[in-house]
Design a protein around this ligand. Structure first.
Ligand SMILES: Cc1cc2nc3c(=O)[nH]c(=O)nc-3n(C[C@H](O)[C@H](O)[C@H](O)COP(=O)(O)O)c2cc1C
Length: 411
């Protein structure tokens, strides 16, 4: 049983989470200091639970909730983020909280229904700025997509000035002290460590979060992992600001392509545009119209190199293969590589380029690696574009932004 049980945060507001002091496997890491799953109960006229605990602790969670309230009385269950380390107790809770409406963003509904078989339950879909009166307290919602996944939101309790930001502003520690203002604890290293692993890959979205919280008077940040922040709130918000600021770059890209009717060239030019918007100096070469030595020199200087060709009779075209063959003579250590191309129906050229890259020393971008390192499913590598890029600009943009973020990374 949870040693802490429940802890009062304010009038009628309770922490009802679980401290997990195991070395927890998480996102292909081992959390050496463990973690906690912080859930909260607002024991108001319309009792409301905010987030739950990891799926392994559903039974304990129900015992914990039941020590404070008959679950049947619960009117709302707010789910800020669907990942099962937070929503994992929802199945067990919903079964007992038979009157409760589940409050979440639109993209979360389908996931929660499927994960916890909640097809017949009432859902309240909330959008940016919506408020919910839970009887004596008002909750205000703000969508924070990709912090940490697409469906994420944060919840602010207006009267108590408490922000419930789920994964955001979290730390991975299993500390029963629970608050950052006891015993002279300094949580800064744990806070930055968590930011680096979980939030940094999504830092492009931190600006929206900071815009939202700048207008909130926040007395307490009650995240879903680790310490509840009651001291130095400004400092921790500012840390997100400075850690997510674009780093001075000095980074370079080289894009080498071949084309028949310019569709592949247009992909290259769109990528260049995105890189330059992100302060990445970009050189673009048509392999059929450039000096090979000039192209190779640019590849040697670049931090990321993209190779593109359209497909003609199931193969790449022009001089691109000559350049690809020369890659083995260049020191490519630490450089990122990616393939792209326009095609009609099968796009073999793009796959052949990818094979060359995989045989080289480049760190090659693949859809699989993107998913494994960030959980993002809207970014695809290689970048395969059917015919003219007009209809697939989003795909090219997503790839360009992903690469830019990768290069801007400060670690
Ligand atoms: C002669 C010819 C052969 C082609 N062969 C293939 C092919 O084998 N597989 C495929 O997916 N597309 C094939 N295509 C379609 C082109 O790859 C497609 O039109 C592409 O958008 C051309 O891009 P580009 O303007 O960059 O050359 C072929 C097109 C032509 C004209």
């Amino acid at each position: 049983m949870n040693k802490l049980g429940h802890v009062e945060l304010g009038k009628d507001i309770y922490w009802i989470g679980k401290i997990d002091d195991r070395k927890v496997p998480f996102h292909r890491l081992i959390l050496e200091k463990g973690t906690s799953y912080n859930a909260y109960l607002l024991k108001t006229e319309k009792p409301t639970v905010i987030d739950t605990v990891d799926i392994s602790f559903g039974r304990e969670f129900i015992e914990n909730v039941s020590s404070l309230i008959d679950p049947k009385e619960i009117q709302y269950i707010v789910i800020n983020h669907t990942e099962p380390d937070h929503s994992g107790g929802l199945g067990a809770l919903a079964l007992r909280a038979t009157e409760a409406t589940i409050v979440c963003t639109e993209p979360a509904v389908h996931e929660l229904k499927e994960m916890y078989r909640l097809h017949n339950r009432n859902f309240l879909v909330v959008k940016d700025g919506d408020t919910l009166d839970v009887g004596g307290k008002t909750l205000k919602f703000k969508e924070t997509p990709y912090l940490h996944t697409e469906e994420t939101m944060i919840t602010y309790c207006v009267e108590d000035q408490i922000l419930f930001p789920c994964d955001i502003f979290s730390t991975h520690v299993a500390d029963e002290k629970l608050f950052n203002d006891v015993d002279g604890i300094d949580i800064t290293d744990d806070f930055i460590g968590y930011y680096n692993v979980i939030i940094h890959p999504h830092r492009r979205y931190v600006g929206t979060l900071l815009d939202a919280v700048k207008d909130m008077d926040i007395k307490m940040i009650a995240p879903s992992h680790g310490y509840i922040i009651r001291k130095d709130i400004e400092k921790f918000i500012d840390l997100y600001k400075s850690l997510s600021a674009d780093m001075a770059t000095g980074k370079k890209a080289a894009i080498v392509y071949t084309t028949m009717k310019n569709s592949t060239k247009n992909i290259a030019m769109l990528l260049k545009e995105i890189f330059e918007e992100n302060n990445i100096e970009t050189a673009v070469f048509n392999a059929d119209k450039s000096e090979k030595e000039e192209v190779l020199d640019s590849i040697k200087e670049a931090d990321v190199i993209l190779f593109g060709s359209s497909t003609r009779y199931a193969d790449m075209i022009g001089n691109l293969e000559e350049i690809l063959k020369s890659l083995k003579d260049i020191n490519l250590e630490g450089k990122v590589g990616a393939a792209f191309g326009s095609y009609g129906w099968s796009g073999e050229a793009i796959e052949v380029i990818q094979d060359y890259l995989l045989e080289s020393k480049l760190k090659v971008l693949t859809t699989s690696n993107v998913i494994k390192s960030t959980g993002m499913t809207h970014v695809e590598f290689p970048v395969r574009v059917r015919f003219a890029p007009n209809n697939e600009q989003e795909k090219i943009k997503n790839a360009g932004i992903f690469i830019s973020d990768l290069l801007l990374s400060n670690h």
